[in-house]
Ligand binder design. Structure first.
Ligand SMILES: Cc1cc2nc3c(=O)[nH]c(=O)nc-3n(C[C@H](O)[C@H](O)[C@H](O)COP(=O)(O)OP(=O)(O)OC[C@H]3O[C@@H](n4cnc5c(N)ncnc54)[C@H](O)[C@@H]3O)c2cc1C
Length: 392
């Protein structure tokens, strides 16, 4: 079998791989971009409900989870949301800010894939899809990739095959296998931005399926003020998805059901409306069935006037710190991203090159850097892909 030579091979034509290949190609490198899927950028196409939340103007390193919270800083500082927005503007793509700094296409996520493909074409990138990567070997300072029946080699190889979330889209843990093959460490991958499942005593809350409320959800030390949604399996909605990235098995997720309520609001309600009930007081601030379930759980029947201040203060603090003990998550099948991945300790934060294997790079979600919900994960894909694309 003859082997075709390139300057660099990028494995994975998703967000990070497309950016990396385009940047390197436009620097004059002969780049080959390979993907086993029949189409490039499949996750981009389904992202943001088909409108792709392509960045977040509030991007900052503290919105990323990693064993090394400093790792993402360099790449994020050198390719910013403004840089990607300038690219989108150059193509005349219309977009809008939905909420919390999240930028979405007005039209379709297809426009983002089209930009990246055109940028890759401008760099003369050779894009090939729809064949399995059979193996990757390294000898005489060259990486050789068997792709379907063809064989390619290059002195530089970029791992951009993402994480295993949504395997039905073609996502795999291939990046981790390849990293291990080359002696790089992998931080245990976990599903993130994922709904949580409830069992035990909490199972009753599943009856509230479909009900949403603005809450503050906390896992560990990190709290998010957004909507939570009860589902037939447990908890979802942006606040829960965000908290899920920080959640560990066996730990609670703590919900403040009334994050805007002033301190002592329940005692105040007793003074100003003594004849009202807890159920009615909650019903004025929360969806009806949620108010009913919470009031039942708090078990303070009758008028507020009949309750001691102590009991009302206890009820108020429970409503502000309601512990749910999820028995799991809905897994990689429903996870938007993966926490963990190729250890940042194995990589240079400047270039994304492996410290122990010359000219081997890893970018995007394959790396142990995971963003919050809201465009941060694409910003990391663009920034890390750009960092490697400038040096391969
Ligand atoms: C439903 C959904 C919605 C999302 N919405 C958003 C959003 O709006 N904003 C946001 O910032 N993030 C969003 N994300 C997260 C975002 O899509 C990812 O973080 C981002 O795509 C990661 O980019 P990547 O290039 O590292 O990986 P990917 O984009 O996943 O690309 C990896 C590529 O590698 C290929 N590949 C995998 N295994 C192999 C293999 N063995 N051989 C060859 N090729 C392989 C895949 O086919 C794929 O093309 C969403 C994710 C999902 C699942």
């Amino acid at each position: 079998m003859s082997t075709t030579e390139f300057d660099a091979i990028v494995l994975g034509a998703g967000a990070a791989g497309l950016m990396c290949a385009a940047v390197a190609g436009q620097r004059g490198r002969r780049v080959l971009l390979l993907d086993h899927a029949d189409q490039v950028g499949k996750k981009i196409l389904i992202s943001g409900g088909g409108r792709c939340n392509f960045t977040n103007v509030n991007t900052a390193p503290d919105r990323f989870i990693s064993a090394n919270p400093h790792f993402a800083k360099s790449a994020l500082a050198r390719y910013t949301p403004a840089d990607f927005i300038a690219l989108v503007d150059r193509y005349g793509i219309a977009y809008h800010e939905k909420t919390l700094g999240q930028l979405f296409c007005d039209g379709s996520a297809k426009q983002i894939v089209a930009i990246l493909l055109e940028e890759a074409a401008n760099g003369g990138v050779d894009v090939r899809t729809g064949q399995p990567v059979r193996d990757v070997t390294h000898a005489d300072a060259k990486f050789t990739v068997r792709f379907g029946d063809a064989s390619f080699s290059a002195p530089a190889l970029v791992i951009a095959t993402g994480g295993p979330s949504i395997p039905q889209m073609g996502a795999t843990g291939f990046a981790y296998d390849l990293a291990r093959q080359f002696g790089l460490k992998v931080v245990e991958p976990r599903p993130a931005l994922v709904p949580l499942t409830l069992g035990g005593d909490d199972v009753l809350f599943r009856e509230l399926s479909g009900i949403a409320a603005p809450v503050e959800a906390r896992a560990g030390k990190t709290a998010f003020r957004e909507a939570a949604l009860f589902t037939h399996r447990g908890l979802s909605g942006p606040a829960i998805l965000q908290a899920s990235s920080y959640w560990r098995h066996g730990e609670p997720v703590t919900i403040d059901f009334l994050p805007d309520a002033p301190k002592d609001w329940l005692l105040e309600a007793k003074r100003s409306r003594p004849r009202t009930t807890l159920r009615a007081a909650l019903g004025a601030m929360l969806p009806d069935r949620l108010a009913e379930t919470l009031a039942e759980r708090l078990a303070l029947p009758g008028e507020l006037a009949a309750q001691t201040d102590r009991k009302l203060a206890d009820a108020e603090s429970r409503l502000a710190r309601w512990d749910f003990c999820p028995n799991g998550t809905e897994g990689f099948a429903k996870a938007e991203v993966t926490v963990g991945g190729i250890s940042t300790a194995s990589l240079s934060s400047q270039t994304m090159v492996a410290k122990t294997v010359p000219n081997l790079y890893a970018v995007g979600e394959a790396v142990d850097v995971t963003g919050w919900l809201g465009g941060y994960n694409f910003q990391w894909a663009w920034a890390s892909g750009h960092a490697a694309g400038q040096v391969i």
